[in-house]
Design a protein around this ligand. Structure first.
Ligand code: KG4
Ligand code: ZN
Length: 341
């Protein structure tokens, strides 16, 4: 296989992102540039992402973000082997902006287009910074998704479990909001929790001991909202720490089940675990999963923080891996609000 250099474009939520990634013939991954334009300030007054504001902001900024990514990469357009754009799942207005932009570049430059599933991007994100072989067990925890997947390769993911209500990041965000914390809630809640101690709160332990690998956070959300209303200011940090510990505990408990289920057909040296998505940025979550992996004899990997949250480098890499397999898409590729792996 020859080297593949791919421009990635990501616009499925509120980050306008572009990146250039090179996948060498011997599988070495190099991120030549990764630019993420945040829209946080535009959404903060509304306490969450407003889809139409996000789509409009993507239209306004995508040109500059892509130009900067190309500039920093220094490959020139002629140095590209293909263009990869997120085609879903996500906020459809935003997805359409990035996908259309990717199509325009592909058409104008005569490059192959790869329409990438955003979740597949998260699935390969840890491979941007470390050499992680397939297969691996993936916990994908973001604002929109909470799933356990067995990843056997590109286009070969098996879902072992997913949330039956809210995603873990959504739970962080909603609970943070009910505690009066600013958007985005996850990082704000982690900062508050840093000064607290988790003992003394009675929080529900959803699905504990239940078979399967599904998740549920709505009970925790309701209980936390009630506690937030009756907890004195002096104990808010403790409540934040208790909520964070409860989310980390559930993620680890369900991952334990997935590890036990997968271990049978994997050799001891081939038990690899990866956590990805925005919530993987949370220290308590990482520690709980790291301890679990160590206990059960699995390797542990998490992408660097910049690749945990939404970015285009992961889309470019998924695109390059697809391109290497000859998997490209026509310029009629559709934008999909829902697109399970
Ligand atoms: O992957 P991501 O950037 O976007 C989605 O595809 O959803 O994840 C964003 C989510 C948000 O819910 C955010 O609150 C959460 O990840 N998050 C965190 C932290 N950093 C981001 N949650 C807890 N602790 C953090 N440090
Ligand atoms: Zn994401």
């Amino acid at each position: 296989m020859t080297d593949l250099t791919v421009l990635g474009v990501e616009t499925s939520c509120d980050e306008t992102a572009a990146a250039v990634v090179r996948l060498s013939g011997d599988g070495i991954v190099t991120v030549l540039s990764s630019v993420v334009g945040l829209q946080t300030e535009r959404h903060a007054p509304f306490g969450g992402v407003v889809p139409e504001i996000a789509a409009r902001a993507h239209v306004e900024t995508i040109d500059a973000v892509v130009a900067e990514a190309m500039d920093r990469a220094g490959t020139g357009w002629e140095g590209l082997s293909g263009v990869a754009a997120t085609a879903g799942p996500g906020l459809i207005g935003g997805v359409m902006v990035g996908l259309s932009f990717g199509k325009a570049v592909a058409l104008a430059r005569g490059l192959p287009l790869v329409a990438v599933n955003h979740l597949e991007g998260h699935a390969v994100s840890a491979r941007l910074a470390a050499r992680i072989e397939y297969p691996f067990l993936l916990l994908l925890v973001s604002g929109g998704h909470c799933q356990l997947l067995r990843v056997d390769g590109i286009g070969a993911c098996t879902r072992l479990g997913s949330t039956i209500d809210d995603a873990a990041g959504e739970a962080f965000d909603k609970i943070a909001k009910s505690m009066g914390l600013p958007y985005p809630g996850g990082p704000a809640l982690e900062r508050l929790a840093a000064g607290g101690s988790p003992e003394g709160f009675d929080l529900p332990r959803a699905l504990l001991g239940r078979p399967g690998c599904d998740f549920s956070f709505s009970g925790l959300k309701t209980a936390a909202a009630r506690l937030a209303a009756e907890t004195p200011e002096a104990r808010r940090a403790d409540l934040a720490a208790a909520v964070q510990a409860a989310i980390a505990r559930q993620l680890a408990e369900r991952t334990r089940r997935a590890m036990l289920a997968c271990a049978a057909d994997l050799p001891p040296g081939g038990r690899r675990f990866v956590v990805a998505g925005g919530v993987a940025a949370n220290g308590a979550v990482r520690r709980a999963l790291q301890d679990l992996a160590a206990e059960l004899g699995w390797s542990f990997d998490a992408p660097p923080l910049a690749y945990c949250t939404d970015n285009a480098a992961m889309i470019a890499l998924a695109g390059a891996e697809r391109l290497a397999l000859g998997l490209t898409d026509p310029l009629s590729a559709e934008a999909r609000p829902r697109w399970p792996l």
